[in-house]
Design a protein around this ligand. Structure first.
Ligand SMILES: [Zn+2]
Ligand SMILES: [Zn+2]
Ligand SMILES: [Zn+2]
Length: 166
C-alpha cells in the first residue's frame, strides 16, 4: 500500500481546515482496515471520528460522553473495545501520562510514538523522528534491553502558546 500522507506532521495552524484532517483520517482508516481484512464497524469509525474531533488528547470518559450525546446510552465496555481495536490497528495512540487517546498522524506506517504535548492548550504534535528511534534502540541495546514498545511523551509549550507568552 502506498504510504498515506501524514495527517498532522507538526503543530498546524490554528485556522487550518480540520474537516480535511478528519476525512483524511477516516479514509485512511478505511483503506488500512480493508487491506488487513479488519472491519471498521460504524461504532469503531464513530469513536475514531470523535478522537479526531481536534488535535488534543481525549480520555475514554470524554469519548463516552460525546457518544452518549449523539447516540444515547452506550456501555463503557463498548467504547473501550473500540479503542482497543483502533490501537491494535495503529489508528490511535494511548498517552499513558494523560490516560488519553490521540489519532495517529502516521497510520499504516511503522513508527514509534513520539509526542510533543502543550501543557497550556493541550495541542499535540506527533513526530516520527528516526534519530530518536535509533538513539533509543542503541541505548537499550547497550543495556542488553530489547524494546517491545516505545512511547515518548514530551511536555512543553506549542508555537502558538509560546507566541502568546512572548
Ligand atoms: Zn486538524
Ligand atoms: Zn502514530
Ligand atoms: Zn499550546
Amino acid at each position: 500500500m502506498e504510504q498515506p500522507a501524514p495527517v498532522s506532521p507538526a503543530f498546524i495552524a490554528t485556522d487550518h481546515n480540520h474537516d480535511h484532517c478528519v476525512s483524511l483520517a477516516l479514509q485512511t482508516a478505511e483503506a488500512i482496515c480493508r487491506e488487513r481484512g479488519q472491519r471498521l464497524t460504524t461504532l469503531r469509525r464513530k469513536v475514531l471520528e470523535l478522537v479526531w474531533a481536534n488535535h488534543r488528547p481525549v480520555g475514554a470518559y470524554g469519548l463516552l460522553e460525546m457518544l452518549r450525546d449523539e447516540s444515547g446510552q452506550v456501555a463503557p465496555a463498548t467504547v473501550y473495545r473500540a479503542l482497543d481495536f483502533l490501537q491494535e490497528q495503529g489508528l490511535v495512540h494511548r498517552l499513558a501520562s494523560l490516560n488519553a487517546f490521540i489519532g495517529c498522524a502516521f497510520p499504516g506506517a511503522a513508527h514509534t510514538g513520539q509526542f510533543l504535548i502543550c501543557t497550556s492548550c493541550q495541542e499535540l504534535a506527533e513526530l516520527d523522528d528516526r534519530q530518536i528511534t535509533e538513539a533509543l534502540r542503541a541505548s537499550a541495546d547497550a543495556s542488553g534491553f530489547t524494546i517491545s514498545h516505545t512511547t515518548v511523551e514530551v511536555l512543553g509549550l506549542c508555537p502558538h502558546c509560546r507566541k502568546g507568552r512572548a
